[in-house]
Design a protein around this ligand. Structure first.
Ligand code: GLA
Length: 403
């Protein structure tokens, strides 16, 4: 009897683990990509602006480069109606969210929305605790494809977090529409250990990114390097079977222009630093959520965000996050296995002076001779190389594909 019970228990566990694997594989087989409202616009959003961003995703070539989600973050909500259905702010969204979803879908894009596992969101709007099933059904009826689920105003313990995320994940699974779940508890409860089992397809690894290379003001904001430092050790937890370590939005091109990413020391970065953010987010398989103004793009940010060779590393079907193989005071080296036996290598100069470096591939575990391509200069460097030699500028990341 005991044996039969144990077997039944094992089968139930196996079935739910398999269901989770197939959910992630089906919903987010590679890191989701798109454009998100929060870090530039905060809650100053409305349907007109979102339509313009959807248009720009298409006309500027972003959709075709893979950025196919328009993510509405906090600030869309207008409370609940007399049947407790969550509603959009009628001033910001006079046509309603469904009309926006239709607009977005007609352009080959998907729509993301935002809520929180408590009564109020981080910015103080209506959230989903106690209304998980009802809100999931509402989101499905609007045609929502993705939910970012935040954790402000919720208890700090990990068990409650697991339960609250699972509750929403179960509601989404039962709502009749495929909706990706992005877990956003910022890292303190180590979501890489449990968010996948709870039903999420990605999970933020840190507190909010700011428009800065590294945090020097210590007010709680995270710079690009702070997020790399916290996410690099987590390479074993990501993949198409489980989900993705979400390093928060790409601040590429913001240049300290305002919005939440300019708080807490976010004074802007150089183009070299933005290029490094793109390189590292791609190497570490992070979801790529831009948060710039797509209607007024500069040449530099267009070049960085639309580099198809670096995006291909992020979206590689093998879905393996790069491993940091070397870290000194001035140099970090990352290695990412790619499909078809290829490899990507990133060489990052964290110092303030140009760095002359000679990297033997064998020292990274890559024996033999390789065809080497630099994905930022778009040059084939060599046909049969065993090493790379060159100069890495301060805060620059050289990214090579070896074949
Ligand atoms: C939290 C999240 C941010 C954003 C805001 C919205 O801070 O981490 O990414 O969603 O809430 O209020």
């Amino acid at each position: 009897m005991k044996k039969i019970l144990l077997m039944a228990f094992a089968i139930v566990n196996l079935t739910s683990a398999m269901a989770q694997i197939s959910a992630t594989k089906a919903l987010a087989p590679t890191p989701p990509m798109g454009w998100m409202t929060w870090n530039l616009f905060a809650d100053n959003i409305d349907e007109q602006m979102l339509r313009e961003m959807a248009d720009a995703l298409v006309s500027e070539g972003f959709r075709d480069a893979g950025y196919n989600y328009l993510f509405i973050d906090d600030g869309w909500q207008g409370g609940r109606d007399n049947r407790n259905n969550i509603i959009a702010d009628p001033k910001k969204f006079p046509s309603g969210i469904k009309a926006l979803a239709d607009y977005v879908h007609a352009r080959g894009l998907k729509l993301g929305i935002y809520s929180d596992a408590a009564q109020l969101t981080c910015a103080g709007y209506t959230a989903s605790l106690g209304f998980e099933q009802q809100d999931a059904k509402t989101f499905a009826s609007w045609g929502i494809d993705y939910l970012k689920y935040d954790y402000c105003h919720a208890p700090v313990d990990v068990e409650t977090a697991k339960l609250r995320y699972k509750k929403m994940a179960d509601a989404l699974r039962g709502c009749g529409r495929d909706i990706v779940l992005g877990v956003c508890e910022w890292g303190p409860r180590k979501p890489w250990l449990w968010a996948s089992a709870a039903g999420g397809q990605l999970w933020r690894t840190t507190y909010d990114v700011r428009d800065m290379w590294i945090d020097t003001v210590h007010k709680g904001g995270k710079g690009i390097m702070d997020i790399v430092e916290e996410t690099a050790p987590l390479h074993e937890y990501a993949g198409p079977e489980v989900g993705w370590n979400d390093m928060d939005m790409l601040v590429v091109g913001l240049k300290g222009t305002g919005g939440p990413s300019s708080d807490l020391g976010g004074k802007g970065c150089t183009d070299t630093e933005y290029e490094s953010q793109m390189s590292l987010w791609c190497m570490l398989c992070s979801p790529l959520a831009m948060t710039n103004d797509l209607r007024h793009l500069g040449q530099a940010e267009r070049r960085i965000l639309l580099n198809k060779e670096i995006i291909a590393i992020n979206q590689d079907p093998l879905g393996r996050q790069a491993e940091r193989k070397l870290k000194t005071d001035v140099l970090q080296v990352f290695v990412k296995p790619l499909a078809e036996g290829k490899w990507a290598i990133a060489l990052l100069n964290t110092g303030d002076k140009a760095l002359k470096h000679h990297q033997n591939f064998a020292d990274l575990g890559l024996e033999g001779k390789y065809k080497v391509r630099n994905v930022w200069t778009h040059q084939d460097l060599s046909r049969k190389a065993t090493s790379w030699k060159g100069t890495i500028e301060p805060h620059q990341t050289i990214v090579l594909v070896l074949e």
